[in-house]
Ligand binder design. Structure first.
Ligand SMILES: Nc1ncnc2c1ncn2[C@@H]1O[C@H](COP(=O)(O)OP(=O)(O)OP(=O)(O)O)[C@@H](O)[C@H]1O
Length: 230
């Protein structure tokens, strides 16, 4: 069997790298000097209390925002994003949304169908996005992040509003996606759901990295987290 990280694993040229990243807003330090490596092929979780800087970090990595100081480098390659507020075309159907986003890449119809069924969207494929429940809108937003088959996917709270079965499906889909070279960074409050599938865990608190280690399914994530941030 091929190594799951064949090609890019451990190659610094393929990692996302943050060095001394500070992001200050008026009177608020969202990130206080973050050094972080996000290695190719990893399913890498960012966790931390409300306001710890997770969304800020993802926005900076995508390039939607700029650091006050410090540097961020990201290798060439397509990037897929799912942020806290779903960014679907509300007047289009699920299938139309998927096709619009897929058309920006070259991943093909088979992959589109794979994303749709893998995330449990087949039964709503002909419904207009505006009429979907909050959970299905979230699933569609997650699907749009993957439909161009990007090298990097950044997901901010992808499990919000989902029921247990849908959460399991999303975690399974994301973990399978990372079986090759792609890298997925997920900001989440649902450490228990992602825990067994993670390659790396970073805990942020008050804009600082409090923990950043490779992990495997046997780790007691809840205990790690509780010891760090209570
Ligand atoms: N545009 C902004 N203007 C002012 N302050 C901001 C802005 N964006 C974020 N902040 C502040 O930066 C800090 C970090 O926020 P951020 O949204 O990154 O945290 P988070 O870990 O994603 O939180 P949550 O888990 O609640 O989503 C917070 O104190 C927040 O209020």
């Amino acid at each position: 069997m091929a190594d799951r990280h064949e090609g890019a694993d451990g190659d610094p040229a393929h990692e996302i790298r943050l060095d001394g990243v500070v992001r200050r807003y008026d009177g608020v330090t969202a990130l206080a000097g973050v050094d972080l490596r996000i290695e190719a092929g990893d399913l890498h979780a960012l966790v931390g209390p409300n306001g710890s800087g997770k969304s800020t970090l993802l926005s900076l990595v995508v390039g939607l925002d700029r650091p006050t100081s410090g540097t961020i480098s990201r290798p060439e390659g397509r990037i897929g994003c799912g942020f806290q507020t779903p960014s679907v075309y509300t007047d289009l159907t699920v299938d139309e949304n998927l096709r619009v986003f897929a058309a920006m890449g070259d991943a093909g119809d088979d992959w589109l169908a794979n994303v749709r069924s893998g995330l449990g969207l087949d039964e709503v494929r002909s419904r207009v996005a505006a009429d979907l429940s909050g959970g299905y809108q979230r699933l569609l937003d997650v699907a749009l992040a993957f439909v161009r088959r990007p090298a990097f996917v950044l997901l901010d709270e992808p499990l919000d509003e989902l029921d247990d079965a849908a959460r399991e499906r999303v975690v399974g889909f994301v973990a399978d996606y990372c079986e090759g070279d792609p890298t997925v960074v997920v900001s989440t409050h649902h450490l228990d759901a992602f825990g067994p599938s993670l390659d790396r865990l970073t805990v942020l608190a008050d804009g600082d990295v409090r923990y950043d280690e490779r992990v495997d399914g046997s780790d007691d994530y809840r205990a790690i987290y509780r010891d760090l941030v209570g």
